[in-house]
Design a protein around this ligand. Structure first.
Ligand code: PEP
Length: 252
């Protein structure tokens, strides 16, 4: 089974619109030469999505993703952003990032509603799952991740537009990445769990690794049978490191 790799850059809460335009102008041409081999998604903050969209140009093969959405379609929800608002500029949305689960107490039920809203609007989803350090140390990481998958995907009938990212919380922004073997073990477990829910379709589902990915360590993840790309935080804020990572994904 060949799955086209996906590399997504999560810019988190970094960059005003002018910095977004600058960073995109530094990477755009090189990234666009790689699109036959790798799908590339850039996820700037909401406030930069429109600038990013025009900086890329409407026919760009590099597409945009949002970092979150609100599940309601519209109305009196001060400060929230709906799927249709995102859809104006984006093809993808990250849902369930651990920073939101941890800092903002986002639950699996919230995440489930967000996934439904995203899919109903035609957005592709990057669903993040991953255990904390205690679960990793006491051997319950798979229990944790299975619960996130089963509850997050409850009543979602079709997984075709969902990508999963395995992001161990202890590896995000810490500089301490998982080993390639540990990441593969969990990616295999994720695929097995999905396959119990969705059957053979799961062979097409892309599973990414996220957590302190850099050009120097991306190969150890891309070499794994069940890992199909990366969600990159810090290293996606530097044009050189992000293009190096995407080049490596294109070369696999
Ligand atoms: C992320 O933001 O999803 C992430 C993995 O961050 P970092 O690469 O900085 O660990």
């Amino acid at each position: 089974m060949t799955r086209k790799p996906l590399v997504a850059g999560n810019w988190k809460m970094n960059g005003v619109a002018s910095e977004t335009r600058r960073l995109i102008s530094l990477m755009k041409n090189e990234l666009e030469t790689l699109h036959n081999k790798v799908d590339i998604v850039i996820c700037p903050p909401f406030t930069s999505l429109e600038s990013a969209y025009y900086a890329l140009g409407q026919s760009s093969t590099v597409v945009l993703g949002a970092q979150n959405l609100y599940f309601q379609a519209g109305g009196a929800y001060t400060g929230e952003i709906s799927a249709s608002m995102i859809k104006e500029f984006c093809s993808y949305v990250i849902i369930g990032h651990s920073e939101r689960r941890t800092l903002l107490s986002e639950s699996n039920d919230d995440i489930n509603l967000k996934i439904q809203a995203a899919l109903n609007s035609g957005l592709k989803v990057i669903l993040c799952v991953g255990e904390d350090e205690t679960a990793r140390d006491n051997g319950t990481a798979t229990v944790w991740v299975e619960k996130q998958l089963r509850e997050g995907l409850k009543n979602i009938g079709n997984i075709a537009n969902i990508n999963i990212t395995y992001e161990p919380i202890w590896a995000i922004g810490s500089g301490r990445a998982a080993s390639g073997n540990d990441a593969q073990e969990m990616a295999f477990f994720i695929r097995k769990t999905l396959s119990s829910l969705y059957g053979k379709e799961t062979q097409n589902t892309r599973i990414l690794y996220g957590g302190s990915v850099k050009p120097e360590n991306i190969d150890q993840f891309l070499q794994q049978a069940d890992i199909d790309g990366a969600l990159v935080g810090g290293a996606s804020l530097q044009a050189q490191s992000f293009t190096d990572i995407v080049n490596k994904a294109a070369g696999q």
